[in-house]
Design a binder for this molecule. Structure first.
Ligand SMILES: [Zn+2]
Length: 432
């Protein structure tokens, strides 16, 4: 394929190697690492792929990545610099994160001047002090971090860091909450401006409402000026008022209000992501939007319904359920709809056939089918507009049971789910 593409005149990376044994792969890694500095672009490793398309099909995919490709990273680049100060950032959920301000240093071609310190425990464990000489790494596009400090290079002026007792932004008392085996420090004031700023930034970001022109500084200004107090306020911004802001020209104010207007049409998946629900990222948004046909349905789903969706874990299910069960969040959603948000459902897809008995039904496959592989059956069902899930619940419409069906069949019988054998399934698929 690469040769054909090259023949068509497409640029193809000359460093790609094929047909290698495992020893050859390791050699390719060494060769590429030696080439790294001489390349005109930055690389942080290589990708090893099974290049047989048939094998790729058999290996299949995990939720976020294929099983037939894996990244092999080069060792991280590191440099030594000085920690000038340690400040505290307040995140979207109110969690306080200490950040080291560094004497700017060039780490593998990128100037680094801050490094996250994750939490107070990490600072204590690594005995990191303000003024210390520290070893900084930058692996891939990951945020730089401090590996260790050098206590033997201290001159006595270094100061230990203490987590503030009050939020640096809203001055509320900080709560110390236990999380797994470590502690986190949290500003629990729901109207803390720092949290609001982070939530709004996430809300308008590329994978959410994608409002161009509503960058970091403008969000800061709008929240500081009291023009944005909630998500819905974003859609109430007027060009005249925006133009009065510092550094905002009339023209860009006009562009911004246009971008805001255009963003009002949003897919259900993006909308869910934009709300910044804990544990519910981009992928959860997509999974939920495939399973439910409207926001109302998502909001009405029980934690068990949500957990029944393939790919949604118990933490995400309970966070999503808790979020929508909260009265303030329900008000927030209502305000968004009143502000003119239009949720465009990702379903039904154009190829779907409403005549199919599986259209908009929840289907679970179990056991072995004689006539086709499980993924083929799933593709057929999805093409007819079904949502194929992995576990049986009271909301399941059909269970298709092949040979050697196990516990799912028992569960479906108990739940009164309609059970189809392979012949019935094939007959119904053909019907559509
Ligand atoms: Zn605060």
């Amino acid at each position: 394929m690469l040769e054909i593409l090259q023949g068509f005149g497409f640029p193809v990376n000359p460093h790609i190697r094929t047909g290698l044994t495992l020893a050859g792969v390791l050699q390719a890694y060494k060769d590429l690492e030696a080439l790294r500095e001489s390349l005109a672009y930055e690389i942080d490793g290589m990708v090893i792929k099974v290049d047989d398309l048939g094998l790729q099909q058999i290996l299949g995919e995990k939720i976020k990545s294929p099983r037939w490709a894996i990244a092999y990273k080069f060792s991280a680049r590191e440099e030594t610099t000085t920690i000038k100060d340690i400040i505290v950032q307040v995140g979207r959920t109110g969690v306080l994160t200490p950040v080291a301000l560094l004497e700017p240093v060039n780490v593998g071609g990128v100037m680094v001047s801050r490094a996250t310190l994750h939490n107070e425990d990490e600072i204590k464990r690594k005995d990191i002090r303000i003024g210390d000489k520290a070893l900084v790494v930058r692996a891939g596009d990951v945020i730089p971090k401090i590996v260790r400090v050098f206590p033997d290079r201290r001159d006595g002026t270094e100061k230990p860091f203490a987590m503030p007792e009050y939020c640096p932004v809203c001055l509320s008392k900080i709560e110390r909450l236990k999380l797994d085996r470590s502690y986190m420090n949290k500003c629990v004031n729901a109207s803390c401006q720092a949290q609001l700023k982070e939530r709004i930034r996430h809300f308008v970001s590329k994978k959410a409402f994608d409002i161009e022109g509503l960058g970091r500084k403008i969000v800061d200004q709008l929240v500081d000026e009291g023009m944005i107090r909630s998500f819905a306020d974003v859609f109430k911004l007027e060009a005249e008022k925006l133009a009065e802001l510092e550094r905002m020209a009339e023209k860009s104010a006009g562009n911004l209000t246009q971008a805001i207007e255009a963003s009002k049409k949003i897919s259900l998946a993006r909308l869910i992501y934009s709300l910044g629900i804990q544990h519910a990222g981009e992928n959860a948004g997509k999974l939920l939007s495939r399973q439910f046909s409207s926001l109302d349905e998502v909001m009405a789903a029980s934690a068990a319904d949500l957990e029944g969706i393939h790919g949604i874990g118990p933490e995400t299910a309970s966070a999503v359920h808790g979020f929508f069960a909260n009265a303030e969040n329900q008000t927030m959603i209502r305000q968004l709809l009143e502000a003119g948000i239009e949720i465009q459902n990702d379903r039904p897809r154009s190829s779907e056939t409403p005549e199919s008995p599986f259209y908009q039904k929840r289907v679970v496959l179990t056991g072995t089918l004689a006539s086709m592989a499980r993924n083929e059956a799933q593709a057929l069902l999805e093409a007819s507009g079904a949502a194929v899930t992995s576990s049986v619940s009271a909301k399941t419409d059909f269970l298709i049971a092949g040979a050697d069906a196990g516990s799912k069949l028992d569960k479906a019988k108990k739940a009164g789910v309609r059970i189809l054998d392979e012949a019935e399934f094939l007959a119904m698929v053909r019907q559509a």
